[in-house]
Design a protein around this ligand. Sequence first.
Ligand code: URA
Length: 318
Amino acid sequence: MRGADVAPELAARASSDTVGVMSQDARTDQQPDARHLDAHQALALLQLYIEWGADEAIEPTPQSRLGATLLSPAGKTTAPAGQPPAGKAVAAPPQLSEQPSPAFRPAVAPARPLGTMDQAAVLSAREAARAAPDLAALKAALERFEGLSLRGTATNLVFADGNPKARVMLVGEAPGADEDRLGQPFVGVSGQLLDRMMAAIGLDRTTFYITNVCFWRPPGNRKPTDLEFAAQKPFVERHIELVRPKVLVLVGAAAAQGLLGTTEGITRLRGRWFQYTLGESGHAIPAMPIFHPAYLLRQPAQKRETWRDLLKLRDSIQ
Ligand code: URA
């Protein structure tokens, strides 16, 4: 939050049902009208909305999201025009998609084909990523990249953490508030769970490398749009190419679907080995999707499946 002075404004917007990150369950028809609250009441209301996950004043004008779609269709990542997806699934062909019930996330624009400006952003990303000879140059290229407005709303670029020479590379979805503040991936509550999961198979940030398919925090933790994925994908692919891990771990549906080029649900993808193929060299890297730790925090019963997946991962690197 940006300080108490924004409280009445955010509280007013929140109470008029305009902040997209609020749980639908949390909404009621009898919302207090923040215009009639004193400063203490407005702050208390604001605190409540923050607890519900509404921690950003995203748009200047109120909009009702009650009629909007809550989630974009699963797995709608868009390969840049004319390009095959870099990752190739080698397991059984996709069957029925089966998504774990996701936490509420704010609405995103419905999927649409990339327009000319969008394609220009993807092309410029591809050029910038390809020109980066090493990780420092790739990070610098991302810092200069102007093809995405996400950069303007985020506090920090979240590039990577851990050991770039490690055999294991983890790729998650997108930074959250803690990651945005600190400029490091997976440092919040779900990152701490992920660290404990990796520690259980003897790995830590000196023996794995970790990044995301989205380098800036989407406002209010909404799901990155297709364009945002598409414009960052060349950087992600180059990132993997430069690290060249022995094993890739795709943390959650967005990373798995985006990099393997499938719409199959994470429930079916997790625990299976795929081949992620590097674009230019054709070099194949074994890749295993796992449940996202944020999902495991909501569905602790699924930890048992994840433990099995982690044991397979451990066996693969011994
Ligand atoms: N979730 C992610 O997918 N990545 C992060 O860096 C933090 C949370």
